[in-house]
Structures are given as C-alpha cells and as structure tokens.
Design a protein around this ligand. Structure first.
Ligand code: ATP
Ligand code: MG
Ligand code: MG
Ligand code: MG
Length: 474
C-alpha cells in the first residue's frame, strides 16, 4: 500500500500546515507539568494550560503527531491489547487544535476533506456520532457535508459504563468541557459488531477513527455550563487505526509498522503463526516499554516505573508461553528503531539505554518466572476451575514478582478470576508484619543518621525490598 504510516503522518501534517496550523513536536510520555496525570494519553495533554487560559500561544492553530500511552491511570487499555483489533497501550495520535480560533464548521469540513478528499475514503463507509443535544454539529454533518440521517448517530453520556460511548468530554470535574463528534469506519459485515450506540458497539466492525471535541463550556462546581468566550477545538485520530483502513486490513496489528516487529518477535520466539496473539502483545509492549524508557521511566515498584515493570513482565510471560527461555525482548529494540527511528530520533539516540534496561529486567524476572508459572498451574488445578485465591496471588506477587494484573491476565486466559479482595488482605497483613518487625530485620544494623534519612516504611513487595536494600547500602 502507498499509505505507509510514514506517509500518513506527513500527509496529516502537510494538510493542516496548509490550513495555517503550526506543527508542534510530540511531547514526552511523561507529562511535563502535571503530576496528577500518569502518562500523556492524548494530544491535548501538552496544551492543557492553553485551554485553561494560563498559557497563550502566538498561533491559535496547532497540529501534531503525539505519542500516547493508555496503561495504568484513568485511561487503561492494557487489558484490551490482544483482544481487540483496535487497541494498543502505546499509539500515535494525530491531532489538530484551535485555541479560540476556528470552531465546529471548519473542524468538520477539514476532517471530511482530509478523509474523503486527500485519502479518498469512500463516504458510504463512514458513520458519525454527535452529542445528543448538539444540533449544530448534526446540521453541519447532514446539511453541509451531506451525510444521510441514517449514518448520523446521536449519543448521550454514559457515565460509569466502561465501554459505552460517551460524547461529552471534560478535562476534570470542573473547567473546560463540551460535546464531541466521532467518525467511524465500517470494516464490513464479515466482522462482528454493531454501530455506535447499539448493544454490540464494542465489536470491531465499526471502528472509531477520529474524535473531534468542541470545548465550549466552563463547567462550574454546581454543574452549570457557562459558555466559554472563545470556544476551542481538540481532535485526535489514531494513526494505527487509520493506517489499517488505508492499507485495507482490519486489525491495527496487520499494518506496515507492526509487520516487521511481529516477524522479528516470531523469529526470536520460534513462532510460525504470525497471527498468534502473543506476538501482537509482545509487539505492542515493546513500543510502550521502549518509549517509556526513552522518556525517562525505569522499571521500579512504584508509580510510572511499576506500570513499566508490569508491561515488561506481561510481555516476558507471553515470550515464555511461546516457549522462549532466553532473554528476547530487548532484541526487538533494533527493529523498533528501524520502524520508528525516523519519526522519533530520540529512540535510536537512547537505543543502548533501552536495551540495557530491558535486558536487566529480563534477567531479573527470569529468576522467578518459570517457578511462578508452575505455582500458578498448581493453584489453578486446586482451585476447582473458578477462582485463584488471594493468598496465592499474593504469594506470586511477593515471592515470584508477578504483578497482580499479570496473574489476572494469566487467569483470564484460562477462564479463571482472581480474588482481588483476598489479595489486598494478604498484602495488608504483610505490611503490618513488616511494620511490626521494623524495616531492617535480619540483624542488619544501619547507622542512626542513615535510618533517619529513610522514607517511612512501606512494604511494596519482594522486588522493592531488594531494590531499596541495594540503594540504601550502595
Ligand atoms: P475507543 O472507544 O475505540 O476505545 P476512545 O474513544 O477511547 O476509543 P479517544 O479517547 O476518543 O478514543 O481517542 C482519540 C482517538 O485515538 C480514537 O478515535 C482512536 O482513533 C485513537 N485511540 C484511542 N485509544 C486507542 C488505543 N488504545 N490504541 C490505538 N488507538 C487509540
Ligand atoms: Mg477507549
Ligand atoms: Mg470511543
Ligand atoms: Mg473517542
């Protein structure tokens, strides 16, 4: 296909440059000045202060290709990876913005022009949603663009329903917010799933490709919506989903960018079937893990570092399932650099660091992965085919370095669940024991001034204890 991901990125930026937008580089995955947010999960994150009015930009129009991560935190797509055709942990979001400049009419007209004009997508395969009260957006799609009424779906808010469509966007409980309109592509009746707003909307026949948010209100603490003096536009389109459409494949994992990664993962693990789910998970996870390390995160037992560790260990477990017993994951970094190094020069620039950090984590987890998997099998056999007891999940966590979500992921594959409440109880009991025994048991005596400088005791498991011990004694 002529529509490589490289071409799509540049087509997108060229188009919006032609419409007077300033092209902005991707911000790192770790937000620069927002401690409340774990990771950059959409293109608007780096513009948050502009929307809040705390920062002014010379050009009120911007466009970019933003690397995003949706794992851990509020947006978490980790559990969808390997199960849907359209979700990654790490992905790239194409976005264009108006900071109090153009609004619904231009945003809709340009989105349509790019999709059906520049990229020649057949209009009859596209379907749009609008917020149920947004008659303005409805009229623009229907009258200005000419989309028939049966392909415009009005969607409300579905608060609390994790997968249900929700066409009202808000940055937080108060502040900038507004209705969205989303563009879907119909991959055809051979795929399972209904249109947005239907009970089967979570299938993968109709795939959401572009979300246009119209920030037009300032939500007050009492819930009233005060119109913003200068409404804004915030859009996001998944590069990989669009590439799937333009390359005439259904799954994101079949696009050019993933092809080399999946082949390399197959070669390293000796896997013949290129559509094997584990290969897809590994290909997804090497992107997330590499870019996290590029952006300054290292595996640890807390916060961002623990999300990274969890993703690495999930990937390693998939390699193990494919029969691999040697470190393999870090060996994918070279292929990733070939695929993405032109778009993100910071990746090849830190290649060695990424490889070393991943290899170290592979070697570390190799000490317990195999034994942990045997424990899991024993427990699963004894469980009577329903639930992994919390105490066993905790033992896997504490002694074998299996994060809870890893154990849950393995359980899910076998139709089992994990007793999470029981896990928490076991964890709390362990904390109390550790607290009562004091932090440094085992006869290790530390100088009083060093002890005084240490953080308050918080037992976070086997690895943390070891890591903290090392850093304290270093
Ligand atoms: P979905 O409903 O399919 O989970 P979303 O509504 O959560 O998508 P948005 O938050 O609207 O997604 O993000 C804007 C765009 O980014 C989406 O329209 C989609 O193209 C892309 N996108 C979102 N999440 C992912 C993901 N996990 N992997 C790949 N692309 C994604
Ligand atoms: Mg989503
Ligand atoms: Mg959606
Ligand atoms: Mg959306």
């Amino acid at each position: 296909s002529p529509f490589t991901t490289a071409r799509i990125r540049s087509d997108f930026l060229d188009f919006f440059r032609g419409k007077g937008h300033e092209i902005v580089p991707s911000a790192p995955l770790v937000p620069a000045n927002d401690p409340t947010l774990l990771f950059t999960n959409s293109g608007m994150v780096q513009f948050k202060d502009v929307f809040l009015g705390a920062e002014k930009r010379a050009n009120p129009r911007a466009a970019d290709v933003q690397r995003c991560l949706r794992a851990g935190g509020k947006h978490n797509d980790l559990d969808s990876v390997g199960y849907t055709a359209r979700h990654h942990t790490f992905f790239e979001m194409l976005g264009n913005w108006s900071f109090g400049d153009y609004f619904k009419k231009d945003a809709i007209a340009w989105a349509w022009e790019l999709l059906t004009g520049v990229w020649q997508l057949p209009a009859e395969r596209l379907l749009v949603t609008v917020y149920h009260t947004d008659d303005e957006a409805y009229a623009l799609w229907h009258e200005m663009i000419g989309i028939p009424a049966e392909r415009i779906v009005r969607i409300g808010d579905n608060k609390g329903a994790p997968y249900a469509s929700d066409n009202f966007w808000q940055m937080a409980d108060t502040g900038p917010c507004g209705p969205c309109t989303e563009i879907f592509y119909d991959h055809g009746p051979e795929h399972f799933g209904g249109p947005p707003g239907s009970p089967d909307e979570d299938g993968d026949r109709y795939i959401e490709i572009w979300n246009l948010v119209f920030m037009q209100f300032d939500k007050q603490p009492d819930g009233t919506l005060v119109p913003l003096p200068a409404p804004c536009v915030d859009t996001g389109m998944g590069l990989e989903r669009l590439a799937a459409v333009l390359q005439h494949v259904h799954s994101n994992y079949e696009i050019d960018l993933f092809d080399a990664l999946i082949r390399e993962a197959a070669a390293l693990t000796g896997t013949a079937d290129l559509s094997n789910k584990s290969l897809r998970v590994i290909a997804d996870h090497i992107r997330a893990c590499s870019f996290l390390i590029v952006d300054g995160v290292l595996p640890s037992n807390e916060g961002r570092g623990y999300v990274l560790r969890r993703i690495i260990r999930r990937a390693l477990r998939h390699g193990w399932m494919l029969g691999t017993r040697e470190p393999f994951f870090h060996r994918l970094v070279g292929t990733l650099c070939t695929q993405m190094g032109d778009a993100y020069p910071e990746l090849p620039a830190r290649r060695e660091l990424v490889e070393r950090a991943l290899l170290a984590e592979e070697e570390r987890f190799a000490e317990t992965l195999d034994a942990g998997m045997r424990i899991f099998d024993d427990v699963a056999d004894r469980s009577g085919g329903t639930t992994i007891p919390g105490a066993d999940a905790f033992r896997l966590y504490d002694t074998y370095g299996f994060p809870l979500d890893l154990t849950q992921d393995i359980a899910r594959e076998r139709g089992l669940t994990v007793d999470v409440a029981g896990f928490e109880v076991a964890m709390e009991k362990q904390r109390e024991t550790a607290r009562a025994a004091g932090k440094f048991g085992g006869g290790v005596q530390l100088p009083a001034d060093l002890v005084a400088r240490l953080q308050p005791t918080r037992f976070v498991g086997y690895d943390a204890q070891r890591a903290e011990g090392l850093s304290v004694l270093a």
